[in-house]
Design a protein around this ligand. Structure first.
Ligand SMILES: Cc1ncc(C[n+]2csc(CCOP(=O)(O)OP(=O)(O)O)c2C)c(N)n1
Length: 695
């Protein structure tokens, strides 16, 4: 006989019957999919995958309640969120088997790594497989939503961002950066932490002294909730409340859901290898069994539930066969979508307007950003100390916050990972972030986001989520800056595919390239040499130029010959080209004065994409080439370029390709005489030129 409370529930269930039955159906699908993947390991085990077994209740609670106006940043175990949203087992299996029609990545990324822009679904940007790292881009999405709302630029004012995390990832530093920004800026984001007590084979107590719910208490302003993540009713009602809260209050919340882990960690790290008695305990808490019992207790019959199970069985079997028989990716297309096409392909606007005045490089950058903010309300500029009070440590952002407001131009905490990674979220939502790393020497905490989240997004989402991001980074030595304020980083950056690297050497190029970088739909790192900012370093007066007009754009990937050799000397075979960028342009100019008409200087201006055509033409013209860089030479971009020239222009060369860079040391020493000894300079370039021209 039913107790009074059960009877009441039967009459008035807490969750609508249709929702319960749908959840039961989808939960059964997830369980059957996991079983199928295990049973058919020869096919399904080819590529590593995780399933949601044990996490289905909390995940379906989310998937069934998100709206098409929302944004989702799931993790690799969230297959049941995807089922709840309406993605089919067939579609998911296409990714499992890395098939051509995998709707997320066309066979490029793992199972449970979605990226989706589809009518009627929340937007799901690309997320990497690095645990916890999606927290920053997801928070960037919430920041973009809040920003666009604050500017009246979003019709829809109720979007919610959900960021889903495994409990093991929550202790990662980048998650703390994300939480900090969420509470600091009061962002509309729901962090869902699914706590199964494991991070592969490490247990909760081995990894932390507090769970995610307790941890979140340290972030003032973070609303918190704990739910039984194996109980569909508790999960559904908890998530409903949480989503309602974030939707209405436009403020962050963390939901901590405990759930069992019933499947393998991944297909490659199997439960039988390390799970002991705890697995039996976890099985007692199987969300599918619990929902089954709940439904029976609340008026459903075994017949109804068996009928659902039978349908599920047939459906999953059919989906498996269909996916297995679907085509593989077209191999010839393996390299598409490294970048999205840029609209800026030709130089436009006035580079030297008749009445314009000369401008130093730092001001050219400032004016370019000013004009962009004026023209594009969706653009914003943030970084350390760029806000109202200081306007940047180089005054490169002076007056911008006063003109455009603190919502658009603001200081961030000292969080390089957030500064870089948030741009991925901004871009997915449609805000255009211009950000700044204060000194190149401090970019390293941001490199992870650049590599994992920004650089791979366009390629792995097959062009659906290129990351529009303009990342300004002051670089280079300027005399006594010392080991942590003088560094160059281009060689490291240039090993990262999927990003562009721009390096102007004068004010006019700075303005045109900064603008083109902004309009480029891909991540662009703009390296700005501090020694050229003010033209104060001897020999750099020409970095100050006439200021181009507001329409001026200079396409990326176009080198500039800043000094020509004379035709006579070329005919005599007495010339060489110095291929360089940044400060190298000025050392080359100064040094080449002793060889009148004999030295062409090519300023690369963009390091990726590089103007290879111009390089080849120039090397053919002169037969002698010299690659000059400020970086330590060993294993550098310059060495790599010299090697490529050597190989591909071998027949045109009359001498080995010369190279010159800084000494191969880990840092630039503080004392100016030590610094001089370490770096290239005019005399060192002269010596190299002498050797090359007389070879
Ligand atoms: C940054 C990073 N380090 C290591 C890994 C390897 N790795 C994959 S899953 C995992 C454990 C994650 O545990 P948790 O976040 O609790 O998620 P669960 O798999 O338990 O759901 C680790 C260490 C990774 N993917 N990313």
């Amino acid at each position: 006989m039913a107790t009074p409370s059960q009877a009441r529930r039967k009459l008035k269930p807490e969750v609508d019957r249709n929702v319960l039955l749908k959840a039961y159906d989808l939960m059964s699908q997830a369980a059957r999919m996991a079983a199928t993947y295990d049973e058919k390991r020869d096919v399904c085990g080819k590529y590593v995958h995780s399933t949601s077994r044990g996490h289905e209740a909390i995940q379906l609670a989310v998937g069934l309640q998100l709206l098409p106006i929302d944004y989702l940043s799931p993790y690799y175990r969230d297959e049941s969120i995807l089922l709840g949203l309406g993605l089919t087992p067939y579609e998911l299996m296409l990714q499992l088997m890395a098939k051509r029609d995998d709707p997320f990545s066309g066979g490029r990324s793992y199972y449970g790594h979605p990226s989706l822009r589809r009518e009627g679904f929340p937007v799901i940007p690309h997320q990497s497989s690095a645990t916890g790292m999606q927290a920053i881009p997801a928070t960037g999405m919430a920041q973009a939503v809040a920003y666009l709302e604050s500017q009246g630029l979003r019709e829809q004012r109720q979007s919610v961002v959900v960021c889903s995390l495994g409990d093991g990832s929550v202790t990662e530093g980048e998650v703390a950066e994300a939480f900090q920004m969420a509470v600091l800026k009061k962002l509309p984001i729901l962090y869902l932490v699914q706590d199964n007590g494991w991070g592969i084979s490490a247990t909760g107590p081995e990894m932390r002294t507090m769970d995610a719910y307790e941890y979140a208490a340290g972030f003032k302003g973070m609303e918190r909730m704990a739910v039984d993540g194996a109980d569909f009713i508790d999960s559904y009602l908890g998530i409903k409340k949480a989503i309602d809260f974030v939707r209405k209050k436009r403020s962050p919340m963390l939901v901590h859901a405990t759930c069992p882990l019933l499947g393998h960690h991944t297909s490659g790290v199997r439960k039988e290898w390390y799970r002991g008695e705890d697995l039996d305990q976890h099985k007692q808490n199987d969300p599918l069994l619990r929902l089954h019992h709940y439904l029976l207790e609340h008026g459903e019959t075994e017949e109804t539930l068996s009928a659902i199970q039978e349908d599920v069985y047939a459906k999953i079997e059919a989906a498996y066969e269909q996916a297995k028989n679907s085509p593989d990716p077209t191999v010839a297309e393996f390299d598409t979508h490294e970048f999205a096409p840029t609209p800026i392909t030709t130089e436009q606007g006035e580079r030297t307007p008749p009445s314009a005045e000369k401008v130093i490089m730092v001001d050219a950058a400032l004016h370019a950003v000013d004009e962009l903010l004026q023209k594009h309300p969706e653009a914003l500029f943030y970084g350390q100390d760029v806000g109202r009070r200081l306007g940047g440590v180089f005054r490169e952002a002076a007056t911008l916050a006063q003109k455009y407001g603190d919502e658009r131009v603001f200081n961030t905490p000292i969080q390089e990972a957030y500064i870089v990674g948030s741009t991925a979220g901004m871009s997915a939502v449609g805000a255009k972030a211009i950000v700044e790393i204060q000194f190149a020497d401090y970019v390293w905490p941001g490199m992870n986001q650049l590599v994992e989240e920004l650089s791979k997004s366009c390629y792995l989402s097959k062009g659906k989520f290129p990351v529009q991001a303009l990342i300004r980074i002051p670089v280079g030595a300027y005399g006594g800056g010392g080991p942590y304020h003088s560094g160059s980083i281009e060689s490291t950056l240039l090993t990262v595919r999927g990003i562009k690297v721009v390096y102007p050497s004068n004010a006019a190029d700075m303005k045109g390239l900064l603008k083109a970088s902004f309009y480029d739909p891909n991540p662009v790192v703009l390296l700005e040499h501090k020694g050229l900012y003010w033209s104060k370093v001897p020999g750099t007066a020409d970095a100050k130029t006439i200021e181009p007009d507001a329409d001026y754009v200079l396409p990326l990937g176009k080198a500039n010959i800043v000094q020509h050799a004379s035709d006579d000397k070329i005919r005599e075979g007495a010339t060489a080209v110095i291929i360089t960028y940044g400060m190298g342009v000025y050392w080359a100019r100064e040094a080449s004065r002793d060889w009148d008409g004999q030295v062409e200087i090519m300023d690369l201006r963009t390091l990726n994409p590089i103007d290879w055509e111009a390089i080849v033409a120039s090397v053919q013209r002169h037969g002698r080439a010299f690659v000059l860089t400020e970086e330590p030479l060993l294993n550098s971009f310059a060495e790599s370029l010299a090697g490529r020239i050597q190989r591909e222009c071998f027949r045109s060369l009359d001498a080995p390709v010369w190279t010159l860079g800084a000494a191969n040391l880990p840092a630039i020493p503080l004392n100016v005489d030590l610094e001089k000894a370490m770096l290239p300079n005019v005399n060192k370039v002269k010596e190299a030129l002498q050797a090359l021209l007389s070879f």
